[in-house]
Design a binder for this molecule. Structure first.
Ligand SMILES: Nc1ncnc2c1ncn2[C@@H]1O[C@H](COP(=O)(O)OP(=O)(O)OP(=O)(O)O)[C@@H](O)[C@H]1O
Ligand SMILES: Cc1ncc(CO)c(N)n1
Length: 274
């Protein structure tokens, strides 16, 4: 079984972060390992506390995984501060881990900060150059590029700006767009290759952890040797099913259903636009 790694924060509510990643890995038949960077006290109503894990322990976790597992693909999620980002980048290079998905987690849906403001530059300088794909949502793409995204043209400009960091590809997710009918995810790579996947927008408030789940699905598919086109399509199908068949758990923004893809994959709902 292919072994994968998530380097991210813990969500006590089980819908995002490490918990979402491990559930997604299990569903997609890869063996998940984890390095926990921060522990959040969180549920469907919001984040009430964030405790960063001491850097020394993060390093020991990275070494424990690196010394004993063959990591076929990995993702990063919540990294919280610049020191953690630099340490994570150092170990990714040290162990020569390939197929890195960087989910540049910055702000939780309720508004809590999951990345210190000054750490953004560190992300751009140290981690994005190592990324196979970086997966910002629209506000994160705006923060990374300094470009306000209002249409397809500005979305492409923002993606091009993010690629200047050295990342091989960027995938701007459309969950936060204003479109009431569709969500559209846009991929652009260093060679100008692009892909757009569109699906119907599901009218629900239960979208906690969609980004984590999506990037974990991409990671699992990369580990199995699939191309970006194949991995992108599977990840989109996985998240579409998980949102469509959500569980109505908690009083606020509930989690998605990580086992929905297994039960009812909705392949017909996803369309290539170009
Ligand atoms: N209501 C929805 N219906 C269908 N697909 C959605 C919906 N909301 C988000 N998605 C899809 O979910 C994936 C994640 O996108 P999104 O922009 O929500 O990420 P995110 O903001 O990083 O998520 P989070 O911060 O909650 O982890 C994308 O493929 C997006 O198109
Ligand atoms: C731990 C954690 N990581 C990422 C997100 C973004 O969804 C979250 N809410 N919590």
């Amino acid at each position: 079984m292919k072994q994968v790694l998530t380097i991210a924060g813990s969500d006590s509510g089980g819908g995002a972060g490490i918990q979402a990643d491990i559930k997604t890995f299990q569903e997609l038949d890869v063996f998940g390992t984890s390095v926990i960077t921060a522990v959040t006290a969180q549920n469907t109503l919001g984040v009430t506390d964030v405790a960063p894990v001491p850097l020394h322990n993060i390093e020991k976790q990275l070494q424990a995984v690196g010394e004993d597992f063959e990591i076929a693909a990995l993702k990063t999620g919540m990294l919280f501060d610049a020191e953690t980002i630099q340490t994570v980048a150092k170990y990714i290079k040290h162990y020569k881990w390939q197929h890195l998905i960087v989910d540049p987690v910055m702000i939780a849906k309720g508004g809590a900060s999951l990345l210190q403001e000054e750490a953004k530059d560190s992300l751009i300088e140290h981690l994005l150059p190592l990324a196979t794909v970086v997966t910002p949502n629209i506000p994160e793409a705006e923060a990374l590029s300094g470009i306000s995204i209002t249409d397809e043209k500005t979305r492409r400009e923002a993606a091009e700006k993010i690629l200047q960091s050295g990342a091989q590809g960027v995938l701007v997710k459309g969950g936060h767009s204003e479109d009431p009918d569709f969500t559209e995810d846009f991929y652009l790579d260093q060679h100008g290759g692009s892909l757009v996947l569109r699906s119907s927008r599901i009218p629900t408030k239960h979208t906690h952890g969609t980004g984590c789940t999506f990037s974990a699905a991409l990671t699992a598919e990369f580990a199995k040797g699939h191309s970006i086109e194949e991995a992108f399509l599977t990840a989109k199908q996985f998240i579409q099913s998980a949102i469509e068949h959500s569980l109505n758990i908690g009083a606020g923004h509930g989690p998605t259903n990580h086992s929905a893809y297994r039960h009812h994959a909705q392949k017909e709902l996803i369309r290539y636009v170009h």
